[in-house]
Design a protein around this ligand. Structure first.
Ligand code: NAD
Length: 333
């Protein structure tokens, strides 16, 4: 089989190197795009991370493609309809970082509640004053969790450890988890109205696109905090800027933005600024958010711990082995 592994760092290669004994394995540090796809038209298996776009155009460049092993939980960067039509199997890493991403939620939240970035910046300048650094306790506050899958449940568990009350919304409630962890399911609107801190953990789907927009911000408590480590498309960033500037939302911690791959690679912006591939209004809104003092943005790094990346590589390797052995696992299509 010709196997091409994209977006791979040199130290990660060892997870796949022994496949070379029986297969033609190629490592590419670049993302997969319409341009980079041209280099390996004979690929039968490809593996990427989330910054590659496996849209219909890109998939068309691989006439022999049989399998995609995404090194992520989310698979919204892959055009599943084309994969189904062409019988290309898609395997993901269903759970590798529920603790990891949930811990990042609290890294963002505690950085907000303790004005951590400003406080550290200040002492680095030799300034030990307290002005403007008064924060708030998490204990006793209400955490609203939207999506109680692997990560949402873990975030609820940590919130309980901080003595927060937890209310949650999910289209498929897990009452046993609620009972075990100590949270209550409520209607979506009730969760919005009750939350001092709202944390999003639903996947990016057509149903969750702009799930949090002007109407939802209006239903939230004055001065609530929004944390999004799920996907950028879930929040309408233009409405978020409105809610932040009116004070409705006091602060936001975001690990994901709608146009984040473009922001990550400004050169891409120059190439694509006049194309219709990107939503330029969202892109502009992202750039405004990047400059607000009450918004903390991390570069989609919630998953990025040594332990989680090891688990991603291990599961991806077993996904490849299972497919090659005609016993595919972790298929999403
Ligand atoms: P999961 O599949 O275990 O849980 C998702 C939950 O969302 C499920 O309980 C599901 O019922 C619920 N859901 C789906 N659609 C819904 C809707 N319309 N309304 C309400 N609930 C809905 O996924 P997970 O492992 O907890 O991950 C959640 C998301 O986090 C992923 O899809 C991914 O986009 C994101 N993620 C981000 C990072 C990062 O580094 N920032 C890392 C991993 C995952």
């Amino acid at each position: 089989m010709k196997i091409v592994i994209y977006e791979i760092e040199p130290w990660e290669r060892e997870a796949f190197e022994d496949l070379q004994a029986e297969h033609d394995v190629v490592f590419e540090s670049s993302t997969l795009s319409t341009e980079t796809a041209l280099k390996h038209p004979d690929a039968e298996i490809i593996s990427t991370f989330v910054y590659s776009s496996l849209d219909a155009d890109v998939l068309q460049k691989f006439p022999q493609l049989k399998m995609i092993a995404t090194r992520s939980t989310g698979f919204d960067h892959i055009h599943l309809k084309t994969c189904v039509e062409r019988d290309i199997k898609v395997a993901n890493v269903p759970s590798y970082g529920e603790a990891t991403v949930a811990e990042h939620v609290f890294a963002l939240l505690l950085a907000i509640s303790h004005h951590l970035i400003d406080a550290v910046d200040r002492t680095r300048r030799g300034d030990f004053s307290q002005a403007g650094l008064r924060g708030f306790d998490l204990m006793g506050k209400t955490m609203g969790i939207v999506g109680t899958g692997h990560i949402g449940r873990h975030a609820a568990h940590i919130a309980r450890g901080f003595s927060m009350k937890v209310v949650a919304y999910d289209i498929a409630p897990d009452e046993a988890a609620a009972e075990a962890i100590g949270f209550r399911y409520r209607d979506f609107k009730d969760v919005l109205g009750a939350a001092d801190v709202l944390s999003l953990h639903v996947p990016a789907t057509p149903a969750t696109r702009h799930m949090i927009a002007a109407e939802e911000f209006a239903a939230m408590k004055d001065g609530a905090i929004l944390i999004n480590t799920a996907r950028g498309s879930i929040v309408d960033v233009r409405s978020l800027i409105g809610a932040l500037s009116s004070g409705k939302i006091a602060a936001a911690g975001l690990d994901v933005l709608p146009e984040e791959p473009v922001i990550r690679e400004e050169a891409e912006l120059l190439r694509s600024a006049f194309s219709h591939e990107h939503d330029l209004e969202s892109l502009l809104a992202d750039h405004i958010l990047l400059r607000l003092r009450n918004v903390l943005i991390t570069p989609h790094s919630a998953f990025n711990t040594r332990e989680a990346v090891r688990r991603i590589l291990d599961t991806t390797r077993t996904n490849l082995d299972a497919f090659i052995a005609a016993q595919p696992q972790n298929l999403v299509s």
